[in-house]
Design a binder for this molecule. Structure first.
Ligand code: UDP
Ligand code: MG
Length: 321
């Protein structure tokens, strides 16, 4: 489906994934609502715009709160996933649900870390003709040194691996429904949205914003989850690690070949000694290398396995509308 024309006052849906956010939701929900009010008053978006909360199988009262908000004000909407599926799937569920009913979506975390005032510039950029607007963190002062360092190394590693990502952009972005219609054809179940959106193309730009500290509650991204997202990002979007293994294998084979010649020459010259230490070292080193290589290849096979199953990427169990 190709949407014919852009409206001068687009309908905006703000998509907000929520997992165990009962402490922040009562604070941030009115802020999102206020932003819609303000943008509509400025004549930039339609009054039909909405805030869509995606409850990602929360174990606390988050869904109850969302239902309460939806009952109190028609600008709030909610969908609930049948269980916790993770941030990326929650965002996708929200975007796919929204795309039929709006002209533009902005995905944003519900913990108040992303500055909602960047939405003004995002909408302006859309009105000027952009279809995708990435929110980029201008500085990471509020992050710990460790988080900043690991995050920045991650972006660098990704670009080395040939994955096109916007530096310091997380999942705060505007995407038009036109782009989401095309994005819906990307059927992969291993999701890494910030690497996938650039693949769709279309005119895009970035908007800078300052990242704040979480208003309340705790981060759901401990180091283990961050590492697994990083690993997923690389292996879902790049086959360079496998190529690296091939190159590495070739290099090791070449060195081994030289080693074999050296060993034969030594033997012929009668200089062969009982080289137990060198033997054991080489054996240990190479078996380690082989295991790592098998592991990396296994990671890709695991991904293929999951993709061939083509299980649903999200299941919505309840809606407020
Ligand atoms: N989130 C989610 N499902 C999860 C984990 C997190 O929907 O399994 C949501 C969470 O409610 C928040 C956003 O994803 O709105 C980002 O999570 P968080 O703030 O914990 O991560 P951080 O900002 O620390 O990286
Ligand atoms: Mg956060």
């Amino acid at each position: 489906m190709i949407r014919e024309k852009r409206r001068s006052k687009p309908v905006l849906w703000i998509v907000v994934p929520c997992y165990n956010e009962q402490e922040v939701l009562p604070i941030t929900a009115p802020e999102f609502r206020g932003k819609i009010e303000q943008l509509a008053a400025a004549g930039k978006i339609s009054r039909e715009s909405r805030v869509l909360f995606v409850n990602d199988g929360s174990k606390d009262d988050t869904w109850k709160l969302i239902k309460g908000l939806a009952a109190s004000d028609p600008h709030y909407l909610g969908i609930s996933q049948s269980r916790n599926r993770g941030h990326q799937n929650a965002v996708l569920a929200g975007l796919m649900e929204a795309r039929e009913k709006c002209d533009i979506t902005i995905s944003i975390d519900c913990d108040g870390q992303d500055d909602i005032n960047a939405m003004d510039e995002m909408v302006d950029a859309y009105l000027r003709g952009c279809e995708v607007v990435y929110g980029v963190r201008s500085k990471r002062d509020t992050d710990t040194f460790f988080k900043r360092f690991t995050a920045e190394s991650f972006y660098k590693l990704l670009s080395k691996m040939g994955v096109e990502v916007v530096f310091n952009h997380a999942d705060y972005r505007l995407i038009s429904s036109r782009v989401l219609d095309e994005f819906a054809n990307f059927k992969e179940v291993n999701l890494f949205l910030r690497g996938m959106v650039p693949l769709v193309g279309f005119a895009s730009t970035s908007v800078e914003y300052e990242r704040h500290e979480r208003i309340a509650g705790e981060s759901h991204y401990p180091l283990s989850k961050m590492l697994s997202l990083a690993f997923d990002g690389i292996t879902s979007l790049s086959v360079k690690p496998i190529r690296f293994i091939t190159g590495f294998g070739a290099a090791v084979a070449l060195i081994s070949f030289i080693g074999v010649i050296w060993a034969i020459v030594c033997a012929l010259m009668g200089k062969a000694i009982t080289g137990w230490t060198s033997m054991v070292s080489i054996l240990c080193f190479l078996s380690g290398v082989q295991l790592i290589c098998t592991g990396v290849i296994g990671e890709y096979i695991g991904k293929i396995y999951l993709e061939t199953k083509a299980r649903p990427r999200y299941i919505i169990s309840e809606k407020t509308f």
